[in-house]
Design a binder for this molecule. Structure first.
Ligand code: SF4
Length: 379
């Protein structure tokens, strides 16, 4: 079952930590971009191929009008066999939201919203260059509820400049009180030339010690457990039955097609990505030339490594029998000697022949555990 990813590269302002493929909103360019996106989807049509998730990511997809979203979803419906029981997610920034806009998204078929909240503390939001406030985030959730959305996710970012453990937990408590169905908790990652680095140097802002970041992660998940959320991936929790079906495809060795500038696709052991620049993308679609910048047939070792890396991110971990059946790899026989020390340290759970999973403490050291799987030949 395919997932469809649609990239919307426009933002109302550029956040000082952001390394995504995005640019400032240009209304005329957005019109041309939506035309190109629809044409790319039409050109990829496979009406007999089933898809059960559509995901508008960005950028800021909530800068699209209801009619633009409807046009794009209709193009997906015409091009693929979209299941009745589908998940259609749209990422939204709280500052862009009105009830009318959300109602138009619902009418277009969107049934899940993912809000980039990042923090419920205004001083932290200002340090990140975000346009919304904690109050706006609350209003955006209320607007979602009045527009009829019963499936809403909120993102929070931890280990922000000057953030202490109790301040992070105040945002977590605010999220719990708001009661979204799903939440994602990300660690702030500062890429080399992030303007936030300069802001931090200028203002003398610092990051809490690594041990505090670990405490932030563990205590926030404990609070979310207590509030009835279930962790199902390193950075994701959900109320029962509300896992992000689209994102689970990325972790469960699934297949998806990405449309729009910079979008990635994975299907049948082939991985490709579209050209990154918005104008380049639009011009290529208009000229009828390929928008694919790079296409790679994944080798057998790369495919199995990928399945191990992504599957281990899930709380359920790896289904060892399924890995053997699909890739012919006995994970424990190949890597057991190295993995044993992580099992002994309480970082990994091994149920012989059936399951290999990170414990919550192990999730803090996921990269160290996953490094075991890196090698020229994994079988
Ligand atoms: S709104 Fe999101 S995509 Fe846009 S600049 Fe900020 S973090 Fe990046």
């Amino acid at each position: 079952m395919l997932g469809l990813y649609l990239h919307i590269p426009f933002c109302a302002a550029i956040c000082n930590y952001c390394n995504f493929n995005r640019g400032l909103l240009d209304a005329a360019l957005k019109v041309r971009y939506v035309d190109a996106l629809v044409r790319e989807i039409e050109a990829a049509a496979e009406p007999a191929t089933r898809a059960d998730t559509i995901y508008f990511g960005g950028g800021t997809p909530s800068l699209l009008s209801g009619s633009e979203v409807a046009r794009i979803i209709d193009a997906c419906r015409a091009a693929f066999d979209i299941l009745d029981d589908r998940e259609i997610t749209l990422e939204a920034n709280p500052d862009t939201i009105t009830v009318d806009l959300l109602e138009s998204y619902r009418a277009a078929g969107v049934n899940r919203l993912s809000y980039g909240v990042q923090s419920f503390r205004d001083e932290e939001l200002q340090r990140l260059g975000r346009l919304h406030s904690a109050e706006t985030a609350h209003q955006a959730l209320a607007a979602a509820r009045s527009a009829g959305f019963g499936n809403v996710s909120m993102d929070l970012m931890m280990w922000l400049p000057e953030q202490r453990i109790d301040q992070w937990l105040a945002s977590v408590d605010a999220l719990i009180a708001a009661r979204p169905e799903h939440a994602s908790l990300y660690l702030l990652e500062l890429y080399p030339n992030a303007p936030l680095k300069e802001d931090m140097a200028r203002a003398g802002w610092s990051l809490a010690p690594d041990d505090d970041a670990a405490a932030m992660y563990l205590e926030s998940l404990a609070r979310l457990d207590g509030a009835g959320y279930e962790q199902y991936e390193i950075s994701n929790v959900a109320r029962p039955g509300c896992q992000a079906r689209h994102n689970v495809k990325y972790w469960k060795d699934g297949e998806w097609l990405g449309f729009g500038c910079g979008a990635h696709s994975t299907r049948g052991g082939v991985r490709w990505r579209n050209v990154t620049a918005t104008i380049d993308y639009i011009q290529r679609v208009a000229a009828g030339t390929t928008v694919v910048a790079e296409r790679r047939v994944m080798g057998a070792d790369e495919r199995v490594e990928e399945a191990l890396f992504t599957g281990l991110r899930l709380s359920a971990g790896l289904d060892l029998a399924a890995i053997t059946a699909t890739y012919g790899l006995d994970v424990w026989r190949r890597h057991g000697a190295e993995l044993s020390r992580f099992v002994d340290a309480g970082l990994v759970i091994h149920e012989p022949g059936s399951r290999l999973a990170l414990t919550r403490s192990g999730m803090l050291l996921a990269n160290e555990v996953m490094a075991v799987f890196i090698g020229p030949t994994v079988r």
